[in-house]
Every structure is written in structure tokens, then in C-alpha cells.
Design a protein around this ligand. Structure first.
Ligand SMILES: *Cc1c(COP(=O)(O)O)cnc(C)c1O
Length: 362
């Protein structure tokens, strides 16, 4: 089966993990700080705080910003549930913003009055935060797809137009730590709260003895291990190569499918770089195409079932009819295999099957 995404692990990645495994600290040691330093270097942010997952990092971002009961958080419904559920984890409510058909990102002109915005860079194309009609108190970027993307403001993650930017290091994402995530920020205060939330809410209290600590607000154990961070640091050294290869493969898909009866994904505007976590085309009769591709050993995927369609959201009164742009997109979405290790021969096989199934070559 050709998967839609997968990690690229080399011998040097393996060696980096083994070296930590043979050392003294396998969690809460120096490899975590080294990974955070490497993240600061690639994004240009003042702080990077690594978490156990992207979901934990989003949860931490909401908590650090003081979002809670009575607050409203706006986000895109065309995302993984965590983009919205992070608001509910801290007791806030969610307002979905329909997607713009030209970008498949939330419509920056339609963001309602709200306390926080979680701007999801869908497929790796950054949301144009400079075009926000209204800037809420807190702006968080969900950049799980967008490590390595750039805008005219610089690399995604530098927080030029946001308070915090969240990444995921799940194996299908741009670089991996197995499971893992991070928040970048330029705020010293948010960084302190993020670190405290990641580790139970603990504050050391050395004035009462070397052993003493206090917890006033509860956090979680959302820490990442040194084993994972050693892998992450080794992977980050390859970020440019990975993103360049994803862009080359995406350009190749565009050329090979240019005349096929399907819609290609939105491209990055001049001066921007797409991270191409996903290559989501839109086809007619998606279910038939999905099943035939899987039968042929090609693991296409659908990103995403709109979050308002999930029972945990539909129960709260979110309705598909309120999001016609998202519904139109969802009806045809199909993510084609795209990852740095995808061979051109495999890509050609994907294209041949897709052209046949969509009637491009009849
Ligand atoms: C992967 C992903 C997450 C969650 O990250 P995990 O590391 O899997 O918890 C959040 N938002 C988006 C858009 C994602 O794609």
C-alpha cells in the first residue's frame, strides 16, 4: 500500500535516538532543550516549548492565553478536531468559520467577534493573517501542516502576526518525533505558563527547601521525552530538504493532472512557500474513487470530515447547512500520497490510476 503520508527515517536519526538511550537522562534531559533551540532557529521565535503531542500543545496554548468558560474561540471546520477541541478542553465554546474556496482556509474576512482565533494552515498553505478583518484578543496558529512554510512575514512559527504557533510531529507531518508537538511564542509570560502547564502546574519553592514546590493551577503531564527530541533534532536538520521535495512532488502532480477533470489544491501566492503536508484534490464521485484507489493499493485519505459533522459537535447545534463552502469542498476532497520518500514511479502509478478513474484518459 502506498500511504498518503509517512515518515522519512535515516540511519543518523536512529543513531541520535540510540545515543540518548545509552545516556543518563531519557526524559527531562538536555535533548529536549536542544530540540527547542533547533525549533527556535528554524522559526525565528523567541521561545519554543515542546509537548507530548500537537493536541497537548494546542490545549496548552488555550490555557496559557487564559481562555476559559464564557470565552468563544473561532476556527476552521475543515481540520482535525483538535483545532476546535482545544477550546472545549478549557471550557470555552467554539464558533466555526466557513472556508474560503480559493484557499480552503477559514475566510479571514468572516471571523466573528470572539476571544481567540485558531487559524489552521490547511494542507500547509498559511492563512493570510495580515488580511484579518478583526483581530481577537488571542491569535493562535495551528501550523500542524505548515512547518517549513513561509509568508512575506517570514517563516511560519515566528509569530509575526500571532501570539502562539502550534506544530505537530506525528509521523505524517513534515518532521517527526513519533508523537509530539510544540508551541512557539515571542512572549516571556506565555512561555512560562506553557512550561508550567506541560509539567503539572508545578512551581519550585526553594525558599521552603530544595525539595519544595507548589501547584496553584492544575496542569498536566504533557512532557515529551529526550528520546523523541533526539529524533526531532535530527529530523529538523532535514527540514529544507523535506519541504523542497514536497514542493517538487506537488509541482509534478500539478503538471501530470493539469488536464484531468478534477480540481487541484490552492497554490501559494507569489512570495509565499507552501509546506505541502497534503495534496488534496477534489473529484466527482469521491467514494467510488476512494474505494477503487484503495483496492489498487493506493492509500488516499480524506482531510477532513468537517468537525461540525462529528457527533460531539453536532450535538451542540453546529449544522452543515451553515457552512456551504466547507460542505462543497468536503464532498470531493481526496488527499493523494505525498511525502519525501515517495518515488516518481509510485507517483506515476497514483496519477495513472486517478486519471483512469476520473475519465481523463478515455
Ligand atoms: C495532526 C494535527 C493536530 C494534532 O496533532 P497531534 O500531534 O496528532 O496531536 C492538530 N491540528 C491539525 C490541523 C493536525 O493536522
Amino acid at each position: 500500500m502506498i500511504p498518503y503520508g509517512r515518515q522519512s527515517i535515516d540511519d543518523d536519526d536512529v543513531a541520535a535516538v540510540v545515543a540518548v538511550l545509552r545516556g543518563d537522562r531519557i526524559t527531562q534531559g538536555p535533548a529536549v532543550e536542544r530540540f527547542e533551540d533547533a525549533l527556535r532557529a528554524v522559526t525565528g521565535a523567541r521561545h519554543a516549548i515542546a509537548f507530548a503531542s500537537g493536541t497537548a500543545a494546542l490545549h496548552g496554548a488555550m490555557w496559557a492565553a487564559g481562555i476559559g468558560p464564557g470565552d468563544t474561540v473561532a476556527t476552521s471546520p475543515l481540520s482535525f478536531h483538535a483545532s476546535a477541541s482545544c477550546a472545549r478542553y478549557v471550557g470555552a465554546s467554539v464558533r466555526f468559520v466557513d472556508v474560503d474556496p480559493d484557499t480552503l482556509n477559514l475566510d479571514v474576512g468572516a471571523v466573528p467577534e470572539c476571544d481567540a482565533l485558531v487559524a489552521v494552515h490547511y494542507a500547509g498553505l498559511p492563512v493570510d493573517l495580515a488580511a484579518l478583518a478583526r483581530r481577537p484578543r488571542v491569535v493562535v496558529e495551528d501550523a500542524a501542516h505548515a512547518l517549513g512554510a513561509t509568508t512575506p512575514d517570514g517563516p511560519v512559527g515566528n509569530c509575526a502576526r500571532s501570539d502562539m504557533c502550534v506544530f505537530s510531529f506525528h509521523p505524517v507531518k513534515t518532521v517527526t518525533t513519533g508523537e509530539g508537538g510544540a508551541v512557539t511564542t515571542n512572549s516571556d509570560g506565555l512561555a512560562e505558563r506553557l512550561r508550567r502547564f506541560r509539567s503539572h502546574g508545578i512551581r519550585p519553592a526553594p525558599e521552603h527547601g530544595g525539595w519544595a514546590y507548589d501547584i496553584d493551577e492544575l496542569g498536566h503531564n504533557f512532557r515529551i521525552t529526550d528520546l523523541q527530541c533526539a529524533l526531532g533534532t535530527s529530523q529538523l536538520a532535514k527540514l529544507e530538504r523535506f519541504v523542497t521535495r514536497r514542493n517538487e512532488l506537488a509541482a509534478r502532480y500539478r503538471a501530470l493532472l493539469a488536464d484531468a477533470p478534477l480540481e487541484l489544491p490552492p497554490a501559494a501566492p507569489p512570495g509565499w512557500r507552501h509546506a505541502y503536508h497534503l495534496f488534496p484534490v477534489r473529484v466527482a464521485d469521491r467514494r467510488r474513487v476512494y474505494e477503487a484507489m484503495h483496492a489498487a493499493g493506493i492509500g488516499v485519505q480524506v482531510h477532513y470530515v468537517p468537525i461540525y459533522r462529528l457527533t460531539a459537535y453536532a450535538r451542540l447545534g453546529h449544522r452543515p447547512a451553515d457552512f456551504p463552502g466547507t460542505e462543497r469542498a468536503y464532498a470531493g476532497l481526496l488527499s493523494l500520497p505525498l511525502f519525501p520518500g515517495l518515488t516518481e514511479a509510485d507517483q506515476d502509478a497514483v496519477v495513472a490510476r486517478l486519471r483512469c478513474l476520473t475519465g481523463a484518459d478515455t
